[in-house]
Design a protein around this ligand. Structure first.
Ligand code: PLP
Length: 285
């Protein structure tokens, strides 16, 4: 089946799907995005992803490109046209096409909307989760508004590349006080020796991950103790378990940090249980 993308009102063959050279997303990274998991043909936590999208747009004064229902229909239609049962749907909204000028374009400039979908290799992901992944740590160098899901991701791109070159899957940003903020594309978690799950509060310094929100629900339901507080790299290295969360990875055990084993150096029972239970708690529609 050939891939189809949605671009500004049209469903196009993926290879012909393109935006104008003066799209502000292309020129200024002036836009926002969402990535939503597709599970058994349904969108995972669509409601929360659309809520967060609306918030990101509001924070950047980008008008909503269409109604929420219309946007949800486009997401579902792209998933359907691409025959995705398990995978990801990507949605990007930019401030639109206009003559290059840093300040906002004239009122009435239409935001641009792009939606793509792709299948993921569920077996491969499960195999990875059974082994666990490595992370490296890098100094936090992003702007303070990481609560906005902006397409402006250069520090994340550089950190991820550094991780890749080090044979790791993710890079954890560490703030100037030595606390882990989050991964380049995931939220960061540890499980202490006392079996308490620890993750940074989402009030500032991180993106409030949708997966993070659901994992907190799962943890509460399973009766795990949870502390929303910042943790240091030293604490993570001394932890029993570590893991990362995102729509792209669900719950992924972390078994090495900067080359040092976490706990036994194998995926822990808490992370594995949260992964197993995740889709019982997420809204799939
Ligand atoms: N933190 C960052 C920087 C991200 O880019 C992402 C996802 O892309 C997340 C956290 C996890 O968010 P979610 O669980 O909504 O995918």
């Amino acid at each position: 089946m050939s891939r189809i993308a949605y671009v500004n009102g049209r469903y196009l063959p993926h290879r012909h799907a393109s935006v104008h050279v003066e799209d502000r997303g292309y020129q200024f990274a002036d836009g926002v995005y969402e990535v939503c998991e597709v599970f058994n043909g349904g969108l995972v936590d669509k409601r929360r992803h659309l809520d967060r999208l609306e918030r990101s747009l509001r924070e950047l004064f980008i008008p909503a490109p269409m109604s929420r229902i219309a946007l949800a229909n486009v997401l579902e239609e792209v998933v359907r046209r691409n025959g995705v049962r398990d995978g990801l749907v990507y949605l990007q909204v930019t401030r639109g096409v206009a003559r290059r000028d840093h300040a906002f374009p004239p009122a009435g400039t239409k935001p641009s909307v792009v939606v793509t979908a792709r299948r993921s290799d569920r077996k491969g992901q499960e195999a990875l989760a059974a082994k666990g992944v490595a992370v490296i740590t890098v100094p936090e160098n992003r702007w303070p508004r990481v609560d906005i899901k902006s397409i402006s991701l250069l520090p994340n791109v550089l950190a991820k590349q550094q991780a890749k070159e080090a044979g790791a899957r993710e890079a954890w940003f560490v703030d100037s006080a030595g606390f882990v903020t989050e991964g380049a594309s995931t939220n960061a978690w540890i499980v202490t020796g006392g079996k308490t799950i620890v993750t940074r509060p989402a009030e500032s310094g991180i993106l409030r991950g949708i997966t993070r929100t659901v994992v907190l629900d799962v943890a509460a339901d399973l009766g795990y103790a949870v502390e929303e507080r910042a943790f240091t790299v030293a604490e993570a290295l001394a932890a029993e378990e570590a893991f990362i969360t995102a729509a792209t990875t669900v719950v992924m055990p972390v078994v090495r940090i900067d080359g040092h084993a976490v706990g036994a150096g194998t995926p822990g029972v808490v992370a594995s249980t949260l992964r197993l239970k995740f889709h019982d708690f997420s809204e799939v529609s």
